[in-house]
Design a protein around this ligand. Structure first.
Ligand SMILES: NC(=O)c1ccc[n+]([C@@H]2O[C@H](COP(=O)([O-])OP(=O)(O)OC[C@H]3O[C@@H](n4cnc5c(N)ncnc54)[C@H](O)[C@@H]3O)[C@@H](O)[C@H]2O)c1
Length: 422
């Protein structure tokens, strides 16, 4: 019997349509792998719990895991990213879903606990909240070996697990799927890059001629800088890593500290995985230009100091769904997107399905790999095997009708040897 709590089951038909649209753009996970999983059932008898953005793309991952024989449990990995119609549709397909748009922090953890109560064997997390909760509140799932291994979908989650490993408190085998090439070089870079455009679209702002300040020059932020420049914006990058700052400068962007950049900024976008990228002080808030748009695409809502901005504003006016006008004591107006949460997921529908095809193909193949290797896995962070990453790359190329060269034996030996020189 399916177990669930969603906003409105009547939205299922609309959700089904959305999932279908994504399915057509996800040929690897929703066709090639799903068909094989249906035949081979590599996940038979396995319970998989995902703490993921409940989007039409995640629905396709869930369908493929189910096709492979898994029992699937899902909760949202962000209070504002759940698409209620998709959640309702999944329930109709016997996926156990605990997610609704706009849940409180308390409800967010309730949903995670409902998934963990099902005693899952594999956890797929996005941000580490589910796996950390398993360590704190469900240690018996780990000590008994019920949880075989875990997978992490985003940079912030991987960073949290690396910190846990360093402190000796990570007790499960953990695959940082985010760090695979087929994940962060496409999902983070292209997805977030395109995402800022659709997130800001509803503000009816012309990027051309505007000054856009991008905090960070990592996977997500460099993609965002590129798209903003492509639309004609004057892009300023802020960084804390000297090498990344140099890369940004040599790519042709202005680079400077955020306090210098803010007075000129028409749009400020953060994707750093850090906190308080804009320091929460009156002096910093006073640097903001009248009419500036503030958007965060990093995992948590503390890159832009949302709480402190709300406290500083004398008035907060919702001007459209998930966009607020904050009026400062001096009358200045600042536009905050998505309450400081992942603007691309909250204001548009997240990454294009085509890039999620690769991320979720990796998650599917890694689930299969974990089951196959369950007897030899040790606690700690284990990189995604290179051949699985390559396999997703090859399948994606195949689905696009693109062929590439293969190394001859002679070439292989040459690039793996040292004998041949001048
Ligand atoms: N919105 C989405 O859909 C989406 C998708 C993928 C990842 N993410 C999230 O986006 C964030 C960034 O991910 P990434 O893969 O780009 O990480 P990354 O490590 O590749 O890049 C982060 C960059 O930010 C820089 N940085 C850190 N603190 C800074 C500060 N105070 N000021 C300026 N720069 C700073 C770092 O030096 C680094 O270059 C993470 O929280 C990740 O989980 C969001």
């Amino acid at each position: 019997m399916v177990n669930y709590k969603v906003a409105d089951e009547n939205l299922a038909e609309k959700g089904k349509e959305a999932i279908y649209i994504a399915e057509n753009k996800m040929p690897v996970v929703a066709k090639i792998l799903r068909e094989r999983f249906l035949k081979e059932k590599p996940l038979e008898g396995i319970k998989i719990a995902g703490c993921l953005h409940i989007t039409k793309e995640t629905a396709n991952l869930a369908r493929t895991l189910k096709a492979g024989g898994a029992e699937v449990y899902l909760c949202g990995s962000n209070p504002l990213s759940t698409q209620d119609d998709v959640a309702a549709a999944l329930v109709k397909e016997d996926v156990n879903v605990f997610a609704w748009h706009g849940n409180t922090d308390e409800e967010f953890y309730w949903c995670i606990r409902e998934c963990l109560k099902a005693k899952p064997n594999i956890l797929i997390d996005d941000g580490a909240d589910m796996i950390v909760t398993a360590h704190k509140e469900f240690p018996e799932l780990i000590s008994s070996g019920t949880i075989i291994a875990c997978q992490e979908e985003t940079t912030t989650g991987v960073k949290r697990f690396r910190a846990m490993e360093k402190q000796g408190v990570l007790k499960v085998p953990l695959y940082p799927v985010n760090d695979a090439r087929c994940k962060n070089q496409f999902d983070n870079e292209l997805g977030t890059g395109q995402g800022i455009v659709s997130a800001i679209y509803g503000m009816h702002v012309l990027f051309a001629g505007r000054t856009v300040v991008i905090a960070g020059y990592g996977h997500c932020s460099s993609g965002m800088a590129l798209r903003a420049r492509g639309l004609g914006a004057n892009v300023i990058v802020t960084e804390v890593d000297p090498i990344k700052a140099l890369q940004a400068r040599f790519a042709g962007y202005q680079v400077m500290p955020i306090a210098k950049a803010l007075p000129d900024a028409d749009i400020v976008l953060t994707a750093t995985g850090c906190k308080h990228v804009i320091t929460p002080t009156k002096e910093m808030f006073d640097l903001l230009k009248d009419g500036v748009i503030l958007g965060n695409l990093g995992h948590f809502d503390i890159e832009i100091p949302t709480k402190e901005l709300y406290e500083y504003a004398k008035e907060i006016k919702p001007i459209r769904s998930n966009v607020e006008e904050l009026i400062f004591p001096d009358g200045k107006k600042v536009y905050l997107l998505a309450k400081g949460r992942l603007a691309n997921l909250v204001l548009s529908e997240g990454h294009p399905s085509e890039v999620m095809d690769m991320s979720f193909s990796l998650q599917s193949l890694m689930s299969e790999y974990i089951v196959k290797n369950k007897d030899s896995l040790k606690p700690g962070i284990i990189e995604v095997p290179e051949d699985i990453d390559d396999k997703v790359g090859f399948l994606k190329l195949k689905s696009m009708g693109i062929e590439i060269d293969t190394l001859t034996e002679e070439q292989y030996n040459y690039i793996h040897g040292f004998e041949e020189g001048t």
